[in-house]
Ligand binder design. Structure first.
Ligand code: FES
Ligand SMILES: [Fe+2]
Length: 406
C-alpha cells in the first residue's frame, strides 16, 4: 500500500518532469512578518507546538542497544531518552524527583542514574531504585517517585516523544500514516555515522528553507551549482510533507548512477529513486538522502527553538545504511557531511540570520510564499491552526488525516 503510494508519487513527478510543469498552490500567500519576530508569538509556539506535539527526539540508531541514553533540552525542558532492558525507547523528564536536579548529562551507556545532588538512584526505566540515607530521609513510597515519563513511540527507526505527560494525543494518529512511508528508508537497521549541533536563526526561518527548493540555484549557486533544479512538488500527510523535484524518467538517485525508470518495471523501481527529495516531519525534522563516498546515507536535521525568538539550534545526524568498512567510504561520507555543514551554516543559516535582523526592523507587514512554494504555505497554516487549537481538539484534527491516508 505505501509502496504503491511511492510509485504513484514517482509517476506523477516523472509526468510533470516530462511536461516541464509542476504542481502549483492556488495563490500567492502572505504571512505576517511579525510571526517571525514577535516574542509573545515565539512563546506561544513553544507552548502550543513544541510542548504539545510529538517530536522526533532521536533516530533509533543513536540509542542502538539497551542501556544507551542521551540527555537533551527542548524548549527549556530537560529530557532524558533511554533504551530500556526490553529494547523499547522511553523519554523522561530529566529531573530528579527529590528536588529536580537533572539525573543525567550528555550521552552514553548506563542502566541506572545516580543524581549528583544528594544521590538518589533511578533505573533507566525511570523507577526510583534507592533514596540516599533512607532512614534519615524518612519513609517514601518509591513508586510515587519515579521519573516522569513522556508518551514515547518508536516507528520507522525514529523515536518520538510528547513533552506533556498528560497528553492524550496518540502519537501514531499524529503521524497521519507518514511513519509507514518513512519505513521504506529502513532506518531501523541503519548506523549513526556522525552528528553535530549548529546554531541557526528563528526556527521557522530555518524550517522554511528545508521546505524550499526555489532558493537552491540562487543561494547555493557556489555549492550545489546555478543549474540546480528549483521546483518541488509537495505531498502531505497531515502536517508532514515530502518535497521532491519533478524529473524526467532518468533519475539521479543521489548516487552517481542514473537510472532510467522507463526501462525498469515499476515493481523494481529502486527505493532511493522512490524516496528522493526531502522528507520533513512537522514541526522540526528534515531528511535528505546522499551518497557520500558511495555509501547510502541520509542527513536527518533536527531543529529546535533557541533561547530567543531569533535563535534556534539544529542537530544534524548523518546516518548510513551500512557502517563504512573501508577508509574511502568513511572519508567520502565524512566529506559529504562536512560539505553539508558548510552549505547549511554558511549559506542557509547565515542568510536566515540576516533575514531575521531585517525583519526585526519591523518595517515589513508580510513575507510571501509563491504558488511554487506551497509547502511553506502549508507549514505556516498548520502552525497557526495548532496554536489556536485546544488540547481536546487535537485528536479530532489528526484522526481524519490518518483515515484519509489509509
Ligand atoms: S535533587 Fe536529586 S537527590 Fe536530591
Ligand atoms: Fe538551502
Amino acid at each position: 500500500m505505501s509502496r504503491e503510494k511511492l510509485i504513484e508519487m514517482t509517476r506523477s513527478l516523472v509526468a510533470h518532469g516530462e511536461a516541464d510543469t509542476m504542481e502549483l498552490a492556488d495563490e500567492v500567500v502572505g504571512v505576517p512578518a511579525s510571526d517571525y519576530t514577535d516574542e509573545e508569538r515565539f512563546e506561544l509556539e513553544k507552548e502550543r507546538i513544541f510542548k504539545r506535539m510529538p517530536l522526533m527526539v532521536a533516530p533509533s540508531c543513536e540509542l542502538p542497544e539497551p542501556g544507551c541514553y542521551k540527555a537533551m533540552e527542548i524548549a527549556g525542558i530537560p529530557v532524558l531518552v533511554t533504551r530500556q532492558k526490553d529494547g523499547t525507547a522511553q523519554a523522561f523528564l530529566n529531573s530528579c524527583t527529590h528536588r529536580g536536579n537533572p539525573v543525567a548529562e550528555g550521552s552514553g551507556k548506563a542502566t541506572r542514574f545516580t543524581c549528583g545532588y544528594h544521590g538518589w538512584t533511578f533505573k533507566n526505566d525511570g523507577d526510583l531504585l534507592a533514596v540516599a540515607s533512607p532512614k534519615d530521609f524518612g519513609t517514601v513510597d518509591k513508586a510515587q517517585f519515579c521519573l516522569t515519563k513522556f508518551p514515547t513511540l518508536e516507528r520507522a527507526g525514529l523515536i518520538w516523544a510528547t513533552l506533556d505527560p498528560r497528553s492524550t494525543l496518540d502519537i501514531a494518529t499524529y503521524l497521519c500514516g507518514y511513519d509507514e512511508m518513512l519505513e521504506h528508508f529502513g532506518f531501523k537497521s541503519w548506523h549513526l555515522f556522525e552528528q553535530r549541533t549548529l546554531p541557526g536563526p528563528n526556527w521557522k526561518t530555518a524550517y522554511d528553507g528545508y521546505l524550499d527548493f526555489y532558493h537552491l540555484p540562487v543561494l547555493h549557486k557556489d555549492t550545489f551549482g546555478a543549474d540546480f533544479f528549483n521546483r518541488a512538488n509537495y505531498f502531505a500527510w497531515g502536517p508532514h510533507q515530502r518535497l521532491a523535484s519533478p524529473s524526467t524518467s532518468a533519475q539521479k538517485t543521489g548516487s552517481d548512477e542514473i537510472v532510467d525508470l522507463t526501462k525498469i518495471a515499476e515493481e523494481d523501481w529502486p527505493i532511493d529513486a522512490l524516496t528522493q527529495g526531502v522528507w520533513t516531519i512537522f514541526p522540526h525534522i528534515s531528511i535528505a538522502s546522499f551518497y557520500g563516498g558511495g555509501g547510502r546515507g541520509a542527513m536527518i536535521s533536527q531543529l529546535f527553538p533557541g533561547k530567543t525568538v531569533g535563535e534556534s539550534f539544529t542537530t544534524q545526524f548523518y546516518v548510513m545504511e551500512n557502517e563504512p568498512e573501508d577508509e574511502a567510504v568513511r572519508q567520502g561520507a565524512h566529506d559529504q557531511f562536512a560539505f553539508l555543514e558548510t552549505v547549511v551554516a554558511d549559506e542557509d543559516y547565515t542568510t536566515g540570520k540576516r533575514q531575521h535582523e531585517a525583519l526585526q526592523a519591523g518595517m515589513m507587514d508580510k513575507v510571501w510564499f509563491g504558488r511554487n512554494e506551497g509547502g511553506g504555505q502549508v507549514f505556516h497554516q498548520w502552525v497557526d491552526r495548532l496554536i489556536k487549537a485546544d488540547d481536546a481538539e487535537l485528536d479530532a484534527i489528526f484522526a481524519p488525516q490518518l483515515e484519509a491516508a489509509e
